[in-house]
Design a protein. Structure first.
Length: 177
């Protein structure tokens, strides 16, 4: 691989990393316009028995399901990408935290991997296919006293445009289609 090819490979992998990180932000901030913009029109999202269909249907599914959760937090760990021209694949280790809404809320923490296919069109990488594994899962009741003691008045995150990140980070303002 030449120096120019190596640089192009790094630039493509960084762009794909930002795509995957944008997915997490879109899900956690419930920014459905951003989420829709991350997929090619014919992209498929396959989550097994939970959901399998087009990316557009997946965004609708996520939006309808969001009311079940006070907050979510998706985190990325090891990321492995293979790029071949305008096509790429990725295996991304991840953890998803979901705190259910209601009086007896629960914390659901699932760890696994996103298994993705991407395509670059018009110089922009987007998801073409996405599935995931669940390699571990924990479910436990929320201890509200722990939250009150630990955060001691720190601002809480919210799953919408009132999240502190939109006030503090103007360059990361809510996506405008």
């Amino acid at each position: 691989m030449t120096g120019d090819e190596s640089l192009r490979d790094l630039i493509d992998k960084q762009a794909i990393h930002e795509l995957v990180a944008s997915y997490c932000r879109a899900i956690d901030r419930r920014d459905y316009a951003l989420l829709r913009s991350l997929y090619h029109e014919q992209a498929i999202e396959d989550r097994g028995a939970i959901f399998s269909g087009t990316a557009a249907e997946f965004v609708d599914f996520v939006q309808a399901d969001a009311g079940n959760y006070e907050i979510t937090s998706h985190r990325l760990f090891n990321e492995f990408y293979a790029v071949d021209g305008d096509f790429a694949e990725g295996e991304i280790y991840c953890e998803a935290y979901h705190r259910t809404a209601g009086e007896e809320s629960m914390e659901v923490i699932a760890g696994g991997r996103y298994l993705d296919r991407y395509e670059k069109r018009g110089g922009k990488w987007k998801f073409l296919f996405r599935t995931s594994t669940v390699d571990r899962c924990e479910v436990r009741p929320v201890n509200r006293d722990d939250y009150r003691q630990f955060v001691a008045g720190a601002p809480a995150g919210t799953p919408d445009a009132s999240d502190p990140s939109y006030r503090v980070l103007s360059l990361l303002a809510r996506h405008q289609p």
